[in-house]
Design a binder for this molecule. Structure first.
Ligand SMILES: [Zn+2]
Ligand SMILES: [Zn+2]
Length: 341
């Protein structure tokens, strides 16, 4: 009997298993660190689908300077879709709901916010949430997918141009969003997020054509997709770059996160990024009375209508450095601890 026990009384088979898991977790962490490192951006390792799409959307903005392609209807579509996709889709849906579990949503509301996120052109919900959790766990340290300490342009846009292996993507999801990978709605959007984006373009062309012929169709696409998406891209990217560089700090976090008022205004409250890094699972990101958070207003409406529930709304007091809340299951689950063990 004693031959199967260690000196601490732990069966050898268990301690071997724990050791094997620790070694595997370390190897996985190393794989992801390499996958997101700056030196992956090489001419032979560019994700051309992402790169060409982003160039196309940006170049399309130049057509907005042509007076013939301006229309008030298209401007209205641009503003409404910017709010729907950026605030509701990304800030509320992908970020606070999916990546941080700051509240729960009834199924119809969940479908709508995931659809809004897909229409933003920022990729699938699962990849977004997994990459974001990695950012929180490694923020401004080795392994952060987009720290401006590596380079401001790297954190703003360049990190998106890297082609990453399918196996690395799968590992990222397995490690960082284990509770989401098997969910049918997540799998549905994983398979269809690009299709929704193209359907959106076709719908804008059809609507514009019906309203005012080919000129209006171009107007709808230029303002409703190119201008709106470019604006939304840069406002959300500023959170990765500017709010880890400039602004003030309410909390002594271990990273360089900052609260930056003008990014908060542009990005529907997400610019209070030091507050967010200090307490990632708290639903409101404005922690002082003047820190306006438009996305939080929508969460309150969803809560009032019963579409959102279990909202984590308690704003912490003090300046305690608390990057990973002990009650924050979105960034401190056992599987994540293993990932960096
Ligand atoms: Zn951050
Ligand atoms: Zn976050």
């Amino acid at each position: 009997m004693s031959g199967s026990l260690t000196t601490l009384g732990i069966p050898k088979t268990i301690s071997t298993e724990v050791e094997a898991r620790r070694i595997q977790a370390k190897a996985d962490g190393e794989t992801l660190r390499a996958a997101f490192s700056r030196n992956q951006l090489r001419r032979d390792n560019v994700d051309w689908v992402v790169t060409v799409f982003l160039i196309f959307v940006h170049v399309g903005c130049f057509a907005a300077f042509v007076p013939a392609f301006f229309s008030w209807q298209a401007l209205a579509i641009c503003l409404v879709m910017h709010w729907v996709t950026c605030s509701i889709g990304i800030c509320l849906g992908y970020h606070r709901y999916l990546a941080h579990k700051s509240f729960k949503l009834r199924a119809p509301a969940e479908f709508f916010v995931m659809l809004a996120g897909s229409l933003s052109g920022e990729g699938s919900p699962m990849t977004w949430a997994a990459t974001h959790r990695l950012h929180h766990q490694k923020s401004d340290q080795d392994g952060d997918p987009h720290s401006p300490l590596i380079g401001a342009w790297w954190s703003h846009i360049l990190w998106l141009f890297v082609k990453r292996k399918r196996t690395d993507q799968e590992l990222l999801c397995r490690k960082y969003i284990p509770e989401l990978t098997e969910r049918p709605m997540m799998q549905f959007f994983e398979k269809t997020f690009a299709m929704w984006l193209w359907a959106q373009g076709l719908a804008l062309i059809a609507a514009g054509w019906a309203v005012g012929g080919w000129q209006m169709a171009v107007s709808f696409v230029v303002w409703g997709m190119c201008v709106r998406m470019t604006a939304a891209y840069h406002t959300t990217w500023l959170i990765n770059s500017a709010t880890h560089l400039w602004g003030y700090r309410n909390y002594d976090t271990r990273d360089e996160s900052r609260n930056l008022w003008w990014v908060a205004m542009l990005a529907y409250g997400e610019g209070w990024h030091n507050n967010h890094h200090a307490h990632p699972s708290v639903a409101p990101s404005g922690h002082r009375w003047w820190e306006i958070d438009m996305t939080w207003w929508v969460i309150r409406v969803l809560k009032a209508t019963g579409l959102a529930y279990d909202v984590k709304s308690k704003i912490p007091t003090g300046r305690k450095a608390n990057d990973v809340d002990t009650d924050d299951t979105s960034v401190a689950s056992p599987s994540l601890s293993e990932a960096v063990a």
